[in-house]
Each structure stands twice: as structure tokens, then as C-alpha cells.
Design a binder for this molecule. Structure first.
Ligand code: MG
Length: 171
């Protein structure tokens, strides 16, 4: 069995992951409206990954005999003006998510919930990846995004991103 506080926090995190999906879909829609379909593609895939994260947490809770309580998903409330805004907001958001995951892990450590620790360790690695990707996108945008040719090349590159299922699988 899992620790009750860990269960509560993981249940909250399901909602937060779905919010992340919503936020990234909002970014995808913004880029779609600006005809930057590659950037839109990148964030649509990111939104799918966030739904995967939520579902992994749902399965983990269910596999451990806990029911999942779904709450309302907040409306994304980020103002997007410049092309770089979603990239900066994404990094800020991923740092926030890292702090949430770290907090759950800390509770799992304190309560000696070893099963939750093992499960969460995948998310700790995943957050490292997410922050790295977000930082790289900002760096590359700053290098190449300033002129139309560079922006076109970046957009074309982001169009090639393909969805792949998470490396962690739960039945
Ligand atoms: Mg996530």
C-alpha cells in the first residue's frame, strides 16, 4: 500500500499533468494561428506526453487499489504576444512541475514509501529531459529565430518531431 499523503499528492498531480497538456495545447493553438505549424506540432506532441504522464499516475494509483478523483482543469492563463513567449513560459512551467514532483518524492522518502519512490524516480529523470528541451528551444530560438529564414528552418525542424509513447509502461 501507498502512504496516504503520497496518494493525495499524486492525485493532485494527475490534475496538474492534464493542466500541462492544456497549457501546451494553448501554445500549439497560438503557433497554429501564426502559421508556425512546426512549433504547433512540437507542442501538440508535448500535450500528448503530458496526458501520458497523467495516465501513468492514474494507473499507478489504481494498480495500488486507490481510486482517482478528477477535479476541474484550470484554464491556461498565459499571455502570448511574441513568438518566444511560449518557449519561456514552457521552461518556467517545467521548473514548477519539477518542484511538484520533487515535493512528492520528498514525502515518499519521509514516509518510507519505497514503491512510490521507485515510480517517481522515472518522473525525476523525465523532468530533467523536459527542462533540457525547454532550455534548448529558447537557446536555438535566440540564435536562429530572429530572421525569417532561420525561423522557417526552425519551424521545419520542429515539424519533424514524432510522438513516441513514454519509456515507462504500466498495465
Ligand atoms: Mg509532465
Amino acid at each position: 500500500m501507498l502512504n496516504n499523503r503520497v496518494v493525495e499528492l499524486l492525485n493532485d498531480q494527475v490534475n496538474k499533468e492534464f493542466y500541462s497538456a492544456y497549457l501546451y495545447l494553448d501554445f500549439a493553438n497560438y503557433y497554429h494561428d501564426k502559421s508556425l505549424d512546426g512549433f504547433a506540432n512540437w507542442y501538440e506532441i508535448q500535450a500528448k506526453e503530458e496526458m501520458d504522464h497523467a495516465m501513468l499516475m492514474v494507473k499507478f494509483l489504481q494498480n495500488n487499489d486507490h481510486s482517482v478523483k478528477l477535479e476541474a482543469i484550470a484554464k491556461p492563463n498565459v499571455e502570448l504576444k511574441e513568438f518566444i513567449d511560449p518557449l519561456n513560459e514552457a521552461l518556467k512551467h517545467e521548473k514548477y512541475v519539477t518542484s511538484l514532483i520533487n515535493n512528492i518524492y520528498e514525502v515518499a522518502l519521509e514516509t518510507k514509501d519505497y514503491r512510490a519512490q521507485k515510480f517517481l524516480s522515472w518522473f525525476i529523470d523525465e523532468q530533467g529531459e523536459e527542462e533540457k528541451n525547454a532550455m534548448e528551444m529558447i537557446d536555438r530560438f535566440k540564435l536562429f529565430g530572429g530572421d525569417p529564414h532561420g525561423l522557417y528552418a526552425l519551424d521545419s525542424e520542429f515539424k519533424t518531431r514524432k510522438y513516441s509513447a513514454p519509456s515507462l509502461e504500466l498495465d
